[in-house]
Design a protein around this ligand. Structure first.
Ligand code: OXD
Ligand code: MN
Length: 603
């Protein structure tokens, strides 16, 4: 027997939505259905429910008002890419880089698990908008979930509740996300996307990237598919505004793989030498982009909150994040201090005595185990961010001057490299590599090709995705310039060469200088690189040798790089666009020219 919450102050006018809720509840048989309205009272009620059920632990409310700790199942702490499927009618549509399952097979496999899967539990109906209200970018999704933790996170990450039902009206055009935790049973864990049905079924996991269906599932996998169909772009990119001392603001979009510092860069704090400049966050993880009437590329952040990695976040690495986390934040799998506060490795303060680890056990500093899980997270509203851009909610979005790709590379990739032209830029994004991190299950620290940081998030054939990117040049008469950055290059002793964090502004300034036509660069066989004197290094104590090594283009390393790119392209197969294969060949021949080595090589 189900009953619908009578406290919701909202009404469903879409018959398609009503029918789908009825269908899902017949299947999953929840004891209760709660339609979320997104109000402050509702939030308090859901928090109370979560505290009573043990899903949330209140933190010290004097120190961190409105903050709570969630501990996940220890077996359910990261995205499970091996359980994530694109379910298109043909395997070719999903392409060689995605797991594929036929739609009927996926529905038939999951349906029996869903039968009675919410028995005795509450089904939360979570309507939400991705994108600013009133924007042509905005889309409606509805997630049905039996997790109060998910409902509470969705209220932070999206514009959730009555506003979404208002926008939907009587329409049937919304993303249908069905999420059932099934006791977080790894044997029944599957995250299936049905682009043709605008539908997601996610079962067996409560972890953010698997369970907050607005995020990776809708805003990237389904949206990338919709974007190709409708002529726009859904990208794994932060959006950052940089205001110059003259008061002009330029915006950049940057794609880095998971846990490679997107949140830090999007909340950049500038070095003292840049006192006339200001940096503003538009988004930290996802960008939806369209060509505007002026021929430029315009972007919005579809989300309304940040689901950031906690370890390594400190007042030194990201003060804006630390200030955001002082109130109204949900922490997941961090360590708990005896006075009810949070702690993680790399927080910048010593581990207090009597810490409880992410599994809820007393932590022994000598155990060699981490107190906080390496992929522990915070969920915080973007309005908490002191550096939030005044344009973050602008329905028009922001115009993008530069697209920046980047990975975590100990060798090969210079600090910054500018593409020669659009096709070369798409090639750079398409072949980008990065060392794997804890954001997904599997081995950490091995280099894998992660094109445009979309390897785990592209909802269709990667070769067609590259083609869609190449097409932007004809759609946008004033496209952004494309760059590649690498903050993570190491010297022979394994130490980082570049200080990173706020100092990355020096590279961004060069990038803006290139876009505006006043910064100089050197031609190398693989793109344009600043000479040491082209970067503004005022106030930075970096020895000249480290700087030269940061900027070095070493032909022998690039031979290996291009061989690895060739192997990756071979995996893409027949959908690989010819211009990318041609660019590969032309780079190889540039590298082979005898005139190149002297400039490029650095001892
Ligand atoms: C994320 C990820 O959570 O990329 O943003 O895994
Ligand atoms: Mn991400």
């Amino acid at each position: 027997m189900t009953s619908t919450s009578s406290t919701a102050k909202v009404q469903v006018r879409s018959r398609a939505l009503t029918q789908w809720i009825e269908e899902a509840s017949r299947l999953t048989q929840p004891a209760r259905i709660v339609l979320c309205d997104g109000s402050a009272e509702e939030r308090q009620r859901l928090i109370q429910e979560a505290v009573t059920s043990g899903s949330l632990t209140p933190l010290n409310q004097a120190k961190r008002p409105g903050c709570y700790l969630h501990r996940s199942d220890p077996d359910d702490v990261a995205r499970t890419e091996d359980r994530t499927f694109i379910c298109t009618p043909t395997r070719e549509e999903a392409g060689p880089t995605n797991n594929w399952m036929a739609p009927d097979e996926a529905y038939d496999r999951i349906r029996p698990w869903l039968e009675g899967g919410m028995r005795g539990r509450t089904m939360y109906v979570v309507p939400y908008i991705l994108g600013p209200l009133g924007s042509r970018f905005a889309k409606v999704g509805v997630e049905l979930t039996d997790s109060v933790y998910v409902a509470l996170n969705m209220a932070i990450m999206t514009r959730m509740g009555g506003v979404a039902l208002e926008m939907l009206g009587e329409s049937d055009d919304f993303n249908r996300g069905l999420h059932c935790t099934l006791g977080c049973d790894s044997k029944r864990r599957l995250i299936c996307h049905f682009p043709q049905d605008n539908t997601i079924w996610s079962v067996g996991s409560g972890y953010g990237g698997n369970a907050l269906l607005s995020k990776k599932c809708f805003a990237l996998r389904i949206a990338s598919w919709l974007g190709r169909k409708e002529g726009w772009y859904a990208e794994h990119m932060l959006l950052l505004g940089l205001e110059s001392p003259r008061g002009e603001t330029s915006y950049v979009a940057a794609a880095f793989p998971s846990a490679c510092g997107k949140t830090n860069l999007s909340m950049l704090t500038l070095p003292p030498a840049f006192s006339g400049w200001r940096a503003f966050t538009v988004g930290d993880d996802i960008a939806w982009m369209r060509v505007g009437a002026d021929g430029r590329l315009w972007a919005v952040n579809p989300e309304a909150g940040y689901f950031g990695v906690a370890p390594g976040t400190s007042m030194q690495s990201n003060p804006n994040a630390m200030l955001s986390l002082t109130h109204d934040t949900i922490f997941t799998n961090v360590a708990l201090t005896p006075d009810g506060d949070v702690w993680w490795e790399g927080m910048g303060t010593p581990a207090p005595q009597g810490l409880i680890d992410w599994r809820g056990r007393p932590w022994d500093p000598k155990s060699g185990q981490k107190a906080a899980h390496p992929n522990s997270r915070f969920t915080t509203p973007m309005t908490n961010n002191p550096a939030l851009s005044p344009k973050a909610d602008d329905p028009e979005g922001v115009p993008i001057s530069a697209v920046i790709f980047g990975g975590r590379r100990a060798t090969t990739m210079p600090l910054v490299l500018e593409a020669r032209n659009w096709t070369h830029g798409v090639f750079m994004g398409a072949t980008m590599g990065s060392e794997t991190t804890a954001a997904a299950t599997g081995q950490v620290g091995v280099v894998r090709r992660d094109p445009m940081a979309m390897l785990p998030f592209c909802g269709y054939n990667m070769g067609n995705y590259f083609d869609h990117w190449l097409r932007m040049a004809s759609l946008a008469p004033r496209p952004p310039r494309i760059f590649m950055v690498n903050w993570f290059r190491k010297n022979a002793d394994g130490a980082f060469l570049w200080p990173g964090y706020g100092e990355n502004m020096r590279v961004l300034k060069w990038i803006l200088g290139r876009v505006q036509g006043f910064a100089e660069a050197d031609q190398t066989p693989v793109g344009l690189v600043p000479r040491p004197g082209d970067l503004d290094l005022t106030g930075l104590a970096l020895d000249p040798e480290s700087l030269r090594q940061c900027l070095a283009v070493r032909p022998e390393e690039w031979q290996t790089e291009l061989e690895s790119a060739r192997q990756f392209f071979a995996k893409i197969g027949p959908t690989l666009p010819e211009p990318l294969a041609l660019t590969h060949r032309s780079l190889l021949s540039e590298l082979a020219k005898p005139s190149n080595p002297p400039r490029a090589a650095v001892a």
